[in-house]
Write a protein of this length. Structure first.
Length: 119
């Protein structure tokens, strides 16, 4: 899977595979990553609590997960661009719930891959 994004008005390609169809990897610039931690506010926890009682998707948490992935990818692409790359291959995500021990929690998400120049 490959997608095109834009950083500083320059095209950036992202692929979950180790190549991008139609392009040749010309240079490798190493590992790049983007991370974010998102906390759920009291209002979000209340809404999620009510939704979980009824079953099904908990949209308050889904929205946080999507926003976290988007922010992590954008930070990763900015780092790749700063290294002179125009693409990231081998994109992977990791996320984890970070409990605060006092009933609060946050979700940490990391996007990482290999920065490359394709042509």
């Amino acid at each position: 899977m490959s997608n095109q994004f834009s950083i500083n008005d320059k095209p950036m390609y992202v692929s979950t595979t180790d190549e991008i169809a139609g392009f040749k990897i010309l240079q490798h610039h190493g590992l790049v990553y983007g991370a974010t931690v998102r906390a759920r506010g009291l209002g979000g926890d209340c809404v999620a609590g009510f939704q979980s009682l009824c079953g099904g998707e908990v949209s308050a948490y889904t929205e946080i997960a999507i926003e976290a992935r988007y922010e992590a990818v954008n930070r990763m692409l900015r780092e790749a661009s700063e290294k002179g790359a125009n693409a990231v291959v081998g994109l992977k995500f990791e996320s984890d719930n970070m409990g605060g021990g006092n009933g609060s929690s946050a979700n940490g998400t990391i996007a990482y891959g290999t920065a490359v120049v394709v042509g």
